[in-house]
Design a protein around this ligand. Sequence first.
Ligand code: ADP
Ligand code: MG
Length: 350
Amino acid sequence: MSKDITLGILYSGQLETQLIKSAKKIGGIKTIVLTNDKNGPAKHFCDKFICGNLSDRKLIKDFIEQIDICTYAFENLSYEILKTIASEKEVHPSPDTLKIAQNRILEKKFANNLGINTTDWKPVNSLMDLKEGIRLFGNCIMKSVSGGYDGKQQFRFKSIDEIDFKIDFNKEYILEKFLNFKQEISVAATRYKNGKISIYEPTENIHENGILRRSKIPADITKKIFNQAQEVTVKFAEKLKYLGTLNLEFMIDEKDDLFFNEYANRCHNGFWHSVNSYEICQFTNHVRAVCGLDYIENTKISNAEMINILGDEILKFREKKFKKNEFFFDYLKTDIRPGRKMGHITTLKD
Ligand code: ADP
Ligand code: MG
């Protein structure tokens, strides 16, 4: 495909902004953002910014007419809207893969059907299911099947006495056996139209209060875990016939066993360091793949650590002077809220 492409991007947050920066760097790609957030930071970078109510059919129709290809980096998009766009233009990653990522049960089933190891789990739809599950697993964690992020909508139990009777059982949940958690790692990979996969080394993620705080390469893991995590990621991308960048998240327990936890049907905060640590970052790889451009061999430039800047911490970073190996990203969000991801700093290391 020649490079004279209009790429439609749904939503307008920090990940979408970085996709636009990648499109600009590649060249020959015009970007049109469609969002319901008039303050979305992507508006400062895209070629055209369309803001309105996403359930407005005319708005969607206008967007479809103006674009060649559509992509996104936001998990809570409507499957129906994506399907409407996909009925006329290419949408990558496919709405069907997003549907799996939006549902923790479909995600775990998909992995287990491929023989990929996860912690023991069961669906919970009632108080009775929950009691049965706690008796079965003992120490466990219940998560809403869809809509949860940054540790939100999660409940820990060690015994049935700890059940909070305010839990809303009109929602669907998944109950998971709680692992003797040692570490979390994630792996990003980009799959191209010709089936070639560009894979990154595992990054180690450290959370604070359920929010990702730090991601670093190299991860402090064995070669066996390193290879296993990459193999599972490749298998996942192939079986989904995925197009673009995805990120798989794994937990490692005290016995050094690897468990698939969840996957992001998109570029992920945890691999943002690849903008500085690799020749081709996860965002550029994503844009290249969804636009049908050629796969290019990638190389790592440096070890790196990314630290997320939360809430009003951003204020001091906006004043700060940075060293040559430090790269500051301000997401340009207008509204500062406690725990909100406002930016990050990547430090390249030996
Ligand atoms: P989120 O969508 O909020 O990222 P996760 O499933 O990743 O939800 O859970 C958040 C964090 O909670 C994980 O990064 C991990 O540290 C911990 N966690 C989640 N599930 C388990 C589990 N089954 N056993 C041990 N720790 C877990
Ligand atoms: Mg997670």
